[in-house]
Design a protein around this ligand. Structure first.
Ligand SMILES: *Cc1c(COP(=O)(O)O)cnc(C)c1O
Length: 380
């Protein structure tokens, strides 16, 4: 490999393409796909990933803020982008100007967009969010119909979509079903009253897997696009593992190898003290790269295809691993923090488990210091 990065991420674009194709296969041709690319496409690099996903059949993008929407529009002007978060009051004009689709939970927000749309003479598509049990954004089910009537009357607005979000789809089937029922009751009523809204969506990755019967006509997968299965009590079929391919690998290198005598403490706080004589390696990654400090003394890394325990605290730029079982290890050797090496693999989910966190946080923690290197047939 002709680079001298200390910690880098390799992103396999063919894996991403395959994941999107599999999602398409799973939801069928009638259901639209909004790929969720917030937080720099879950750490994979927003611009490259947005371009790839659009080439391969995404229908819409979901983002968290205007800056992300702009990044997408810098790659593809006019590509449809839904802002999943609420717009701040002073963002209404920019949202309309940029042609970003806002999420609306209140009449007040709707009025702001209507005014901006009229002032700028720019008709604006909006999606209304309904709170069926998440409690974060959205109009209550009880007040949703009234809001829809009001939004339909406001000039400059086109009500394109309505959606909700599941709160515990990975571990509470009953609650999810109750949420879906509340949403469906509202939808049925709108239909009867001739107020049907074109795009209807609810399913994130977990819901897409666990509730295949209720996709509505648009799904919003994030994690699955990147080839990572949502964790949870409900086990996924092994066929799924076969079709999903983790797109990101995180790697660093060995910078130093040494033998330490029994009793040697390692790293800040001396959390680890050698019980016997051992061989350890210093590695070129730390929490400054987004390798979580919670992994201290708990995680494993792959060196020469072998699992090596992380010893002591992870520091900002370096950490230490036990390489007693890796005979030939030397400075410069490649270390896999996430991904495959030889026959073994450390998955995002496994690393998340060691750090008491979730795969979403592991991916989005990978910092700006880590260059993303794209591989695959569509890599530039
Ligand atoms: C982030 C997000 C998603 C995607 O969630 P995944 O679990 O990563 O698939 C979908 N919908 C909304 C509203 C989100 O905020």
């Amino acid at each position: 490999m002709k680079h001298c990065f200390r910690c880098w991420a390799e992103v396999d674009l063919d894996a991403l393409r395959g994941n999107l194709a599999w999602i398409r296969h799973r939801v069928g041709p009638q259901v639209k796909i909004m790929t969720v690319v917030k937080a720099d496409a879950y750490g994979h690099g927003l611009k490259q990933i947005a371009a790839l996903l659009m080439q391969n059949g995404t229908d819409l993008f979901g983002v968290a803020n205007l800056a992300e929407a702009r990044a997408i529009h810098s790659v593809g002007q006019g590509w449809p982008v839904l802002m999943l978060g609420a717009c701040l009051p002073d963002e209404a004009e920019l949202t309309v100007l940029d042609g970003v689709i806002p999420t609306i939970s209140t009449l007040q927000e709707a009025k702001r967009f209507s005014q901006a749309a009229s002032r700028l003479n720019r008709p604006t598509r909006v999606h209304i969010k309904v709170d069926t049990g998440m409690g974060r954004l959205g109009v209550s089910v009880r007040k949703a119909r009234e809001l829809i009537v009001q939004v339909n009357r406001l000039p400059g607005l086109k009500l394109e979509g309505i959606y909700t979000h599941y709160a515990s789809v990975e571990d509470d089937l009953e609650f999810s079903r109750a949420q879906r029922k509340r949403f469906q009751t509202l939808l049925d009523r709108l239909e009867v009253e001739g107020m049907a809204i074109p795009m209807i969506h609810a399913n994130n990755s977990g819901a897409l897997l666990h509730e295949p019967g209720t996709l509505f006509n648009l799904v919003r997968p994030g994690l699955l696009v990147y080839g990572v299965a949502p964790p949870g009590k409900r086990r996924l079929a092994s066929t799924l593992q076969k079709h999903l391919h983790a797109a990101l690998a995180l790697k660093c290198r060995v910078s130093l190898v040494k033998e330490i005598p029994r009793g040697t403490p390692l790293s800040y706080g001396r959390m680890f003290v050698a019980r016997t004589k051992m061989r350890v390696a210093t590695l070129t990654a730390g929490y400054g790269d987004g390798y979580l400090r919670a992994c201290s003394n708990r995680a494993r890394v792959l060196i020469d295809g072998k699992r090596c325990p992380v010893l002591g605290r992870v520091t900002m730029d370096q950490m230490i691993a036990d390489v007693s079982r890796v005979p030939g290890v030397k400075p410069g050797d490649e270390v896999v923090l996430i991904g495959r090496q030889r026959g073994d693999e450390i998955s995002v989910n496994e690393l998340a488990g060691w750090c008491d966190t979730i795969p979403w946080e592991v991916l989005t923690s990978i910092s700006y210091r880590v260059p993303r290197i794209y591989r695959g047939s569509q890599a530039a």
